[in-house]
Design a protein around this ligand. Structure first.
Ligand code: HEC
Ligand code: HEC
Length: 141
């Protein structure tokens, strides 16, 4: 008997709870942003895109043995399976792609590409016309 009574009490309290929840859900949701009551105004314009020199024009070097700057975009795929730079700059393909072949220092004694030079953008950086100076530079040659 006692068991039945307490069971009934649980059922009653549960239904009471759910009734309350239904009422709350109907109330308007009032979420406040952590930034406070700030209205979202205009959308920001997109940042200016960097422009690259047109492919085909090598850039002047500033000092002897300097890794030449990349005069085109540098977003070619560089993964363990695919080297997007070598598709144009490998000794075998360069002439057909009208690109300079990798420097002889990038080849091992047998004339094959030396994988120590695989990650091209470790040394070569693209020359892009960014709209603002990113870091200060006092380099002189
Ligand atoms: C679609 C073909 C193509 C691809 C892919 C390509 N390049 Fe080039 N690259 C060129 C051409 C064309 C030039 C301009 C001619 C030249 O100087 O070799 C050039 C120029 C360069 C130069 C300047 C060479 C010099 O003597 O001043 C560097 C350095 C260079 N690329 C590095 C790279 C790197 C690093 C990658 C990969 C992120 C890459 N390239 C991918 C075609 C390509
Ligand atoms: C460890 C640094 C390093 C890495 C990695 C590297 N290079 Fe170079 N690269 C150089 C240097 C330094 C030179 C200039 C050599 C000189 O003039 O003595 C050069 C020269 C070149 C040249 C011009 C060659 C010429 O005869 O004028 C091309 C093209 C080039 N690299 C492409 C590449 C490509 C493509 C890759 C990746 C597959 C690559 N490099 C990886 C340092 C590097």
């Amino acid at each position: 008997m006692k068991k039945i009574l307490s069971l009934a009490a649980i059922v009653l309290s549960l239904s009471a709870c759910s009734g309350q929840q239904a009422q709350e859900a109907a109330a308007p949701v009032n979420v406040k942003s952590l930034a406070g009551d700030v209205a979202i105004t205009d959308t920001l314009p997109a940042e200016a895109k960097a422009t690259y020199p047109s492919r085909g024009t090598a850039l002047e070097r500033d000092f002897v043995h300097m890794p030449p700057l990349i005069p085109h975009k540098d977003s070619y795929k560089l993964t363990t399976k695919k080297n997007g730079c070598l598709t144009c700059h490998s000794t075998e393909k360069a002439a057909r792609m009208k690109a300079t072949p990798v420097h002889e220092s990038h080849l091992s004694a047998d004339g094959k590409f030396d994988d120590k030079y695989y990650f091209c953008v470790q040394c070569h950086v693209a020359q892009a016309d960014n709209k603002e100076a990113l870091v200060g530079n006092t380099h002189t040659n």
